[in-house]
Design a protein around this ligand. Sequence first.
Ligand SMILES: [Zn+2]
Length: 72
Amino acid sequence: MTRGHQKEAARARAAKEADKHKGGKSQLSARAAGNQMKCPKCLTPVANYKLIQQHMEAKHPKETIPPEEDFA
Ligand SMILES: [Zn+2]
Protein backbone atom coordinates (compact mmCIF):
# COMPACT_ATOMS: atom_id res chain seq x y z
CA MET A 1 0.00 0.00 0.00
CA THR A 2 2.70 2.41 1.02
CA ARG A 3 4.79 1.46 -1.96
CA GLY A 4 1.84 2.01 -4.20
CA HIS A 5 1.31 5.43 -2.71
CA GLN A 6 4.91 6.36 -3.16
CA LYS A 7 4.84 5.20 -6.73
CA GLU A 8 1.67 7.14 -7.34
CA ALA A 9 3.15 10.27 -5.81
CA ALA A 10 6.30 9.88 -7.84
CA ARG A 11 4.29 9.44 -10.98
CA ALA A 12 2.19 12.51 -10.19
CA ARG A 13 5.35 14.48 -9.59
CA ALA A 14 6.88 13.24 -12.80
CA ALA A 15 3.73 14.10 -14.69
CA LYS A 16 3.80 17.57 -13.19
CA GLU A 17 7.40 17.98 -14.25
CA ALA A 18 6.59 16.74 -17.72
CA ASP A 19 3.70 19.16 -17.90
CA LYS A 20 5.95 21.99 -16.93
CA HIS A 21 8.42 21.07 -19.61
CA LYS A 22 5.72 20.35 -22.12
CA GLY A 23 4.00 23.64 -21.29
CA GLY A 24 7.14 25.59 -22.00
CA LYS A 25 7.82 23.71 -25.15
CA SER A 26 4.31 23.60 -26.49
CA GLN A 27 4.12 27.35 -26.25
CA LEU A 28 7.22 27.56 -28.36
CA SER A 29 6.12 24.96 -30.83
CA ALA A 30 2.68 26.50 -31.06
CA ARG A 31 4.33 29.70 -32.09
CA ALA A 32 6.65 27.89 -34.47
CA ALA A 33 3.72 25.97 -35.91
CA GLY A 34 2.32 29.28 -37.09
CA ASN A 35 5.00 29.33 -39.73
CA GLN A 36 5.86 25.71 -40.00
CA MET A 37 4.31 24.93 -43.34
CA LYS A 38 6.25 25.83 -46.40
CA CYS A 39 5.28 25.95 -49.99
CA PRO A 40 6.89 22.82 -51.48
CA LYS A 41 7.69 24.76 -54.63
CA CYS A 42 9.19 28.05 -53.50
CA LEU A 43 9.55 27.33 -49.74
CA THR A 44 7.67 30.42 -48.75
CA PRO A 45 6.51 29.95 -45.16
CA VAL A 46 2.75 29.62 -45.05
CA ALA A 47 0.76 29.58 -41.82
CA ASN A 48 -1.69 26.80 -42.61
CA TYR A 49 -2.89 24.38 -45.23
CA LYS A 50 -5.67 26.59 -46.44
CA LEU A 51 -3.15 29.31 -47.21
CA ILE A 52 -0.93 26.76 -48.91
CA GLN A 53 -3.83 25.91 -51.18
CA GLN A 54 -4.44 29.57 -51.92
CA HIS A 55 -0.77 30.22 -52.43
CA MET A 56 -0.34 27.31 -54.81
CA GLU A 57 -3.42 28.18 -56.79
CA ALA A 58 -2.13 31.72 -57.14
CA LYS A 59 1.58 31.12 -57.64
CA HIS A 60 1.91 27.61 -58.98
CA PRO A 61 -1.37 26.89 -60.73
CA LYS A 62 0.15 24.04 -62.71
CA GLU A 63 1.35 22.20 -59.62
CA THR A 64 -0.70 19.61 -57.81
CA ILE A 65 -1.38 20.67 -54.25
CA PRO A 66 -0.04 17.98 -51.93
CA PRO A 67 -2.41 16.49 -49.36
CA GLU A 68 -2.51 18.14 -45.97
CA GLU A 69 -0.70 15.17 -44.36
CA ASP A 70 2.39 16.06 -46.34
CA PHE A 71 2.75 19.18 -44.28
CA ALA A 72 2.30 17.57 -40.88
ZN1 LIG B 1 5.14 28.78 -53.64
